[in-house]
Write a protein that binds this ligand. Structure first.
Ligand SMILES: Cc1cc2nc3c(=O)[nH]c(=O)nc-3n(C[C@H](O)[C@H](O)[C@H](O)COP(=O)(O)O)c2cc1C
Length: 172
């Protein structure tokens, strides 16, 4: 197998953040598959500190949309996956946040691999407590991100990365 045959590398390079969605439902199976993939991320001591809330009803979607300047994206998404850190499962805040980051990347790649679009919304963290309150979740949960998911309205997303030579600071 050559590197160019790797399905996982292809997904990593081809995934883009999708912020506009068609008015079409996302199957529950697809959401559950993406959450399962998310849960297979590594975590320190395998403590699996991530928790999820699945939001599809318009009342809660509107309420969450009001808490971010990315409201149009949240409203047009078929599903919002709210990703939280369970402080009771936490053993080291930095390492737990890193684990939730890995879980989020798995989730984005899983949605991409199922031809769905998704974007990691971090801007809403400024209102993290209000998200937890709005969804009536236990206070021990700390908001890590909201992932907006849907069928992409288009596939014209572009992104770029800095050349790797600028980023490798030591190589000897
Ligand atoms: C921690 C984090 C927070 C982010 N927050 C937002 C956000 O609030 N709104 C948004 O539209 N995109 C957000 N993004 C997506 C980034 O803008 C996006 O990943 C970046 O521009 C690279 O584009 P790409 O994902 O298409 O490669 C966030 C990504 C990360 C990792």
């Amino acid at each position: 197998m050559t590197i160019s045959d790797s399905a996982i590398l292809k997904a990593i390079y081809e995934r883009r953040s999708v912020r506009q969605f068609l008015d079409a439902p996302v199957s529950r199976d697809a959401v559950l598959e993406a959450l399962k993939a998310a849960c297979w991320a590594p975590s320190g001591l395998n403590n699996q500190p991530w928790r999820f809330a699945i939001v599809q009803d318009s009342a809660n979607k509107e309420a969450l949309a009001a808490l971010t300047r990315y409201s149009a994206t949240l409203k047009s998404a078929a599903v919002l996956v709210v990703v939280l850190l369970d402080r009771e499962a936490s053993y080291d805040h930095t390492k737990d946040c890193q684990a939730v980051g890995a879980c989020l990347q798995n989730m984005l790649l899983a949605f991409h691999s199922m031809d769905l679009g998704a974007v990691w919304i971090g801007e809403i963290l400024k209102n993290g407590d209000r998200v937890v309150e709005t969804l009536k979740l236990p206070e021990r949960l700390e908001l890590m991100a909201v992932v907006a998911v849907g069928h992409p309205a288009h596939r014209n997303q572009k992104s770029h990365r800095r050349p790797i030579e600028e980023l490798i600071l030591l190589d000897k």
